[in-house]
Design a protein around this ligand. Structure first.
Ligand SMILES: [Zn+2]
Length: 107
């Protein structure tokens, strides 16, 4: 891992346990910004963290996620969701919510 990133991603923000060497995975490296997936072996929660470096300053933004590191790599390749998709998904939920509940609750 990059030096600055390794200094900033040292412990789980949810339980404060230190991350192990294999808990943090670099998902995307765009030079001055890097996306990491951090999985805490202690509490089981995961986080996506963007680490930004500019003019010698390092900052980070973290977001708790239920994605695995493999999910994060897979979704990185996918196109962003647009407004048409959101409207269609809303329509489907309105019109077929019973079928959706049946599918989700099916053992
Ligand atoms: Zn934790």
């Amino acid at each position: 891992m990059h030096d600055a990133s390794s200094r900033i991603l040292t412990q789980c923000p949810l339980c404060s346990e230190k991350y192990g060497d294999t808990d943090i995975r670099l998902i995307e490296d765009l030079g001055t910004s890097r996306l990491f997936h951090c999985a805490c072996a202690s509490c089981g929660n995961a986080m996506l963290a963007v680490v930004l470096e500019a003019s010698g300053m390092v900052s980070s933004v973290g977001m708790v996620t239920d994605q695995s590191a493999a999910d994060a790599e897979r979704f990185r390749e996918m196109p962003p969701i647009g407004p048409d998709f959101c409207i269609a998904a809303h329509g489907d939920l309105e019109e077929r919510s019973f079928a959706l509940c049946q599918a989700v609750l099916r053992p």
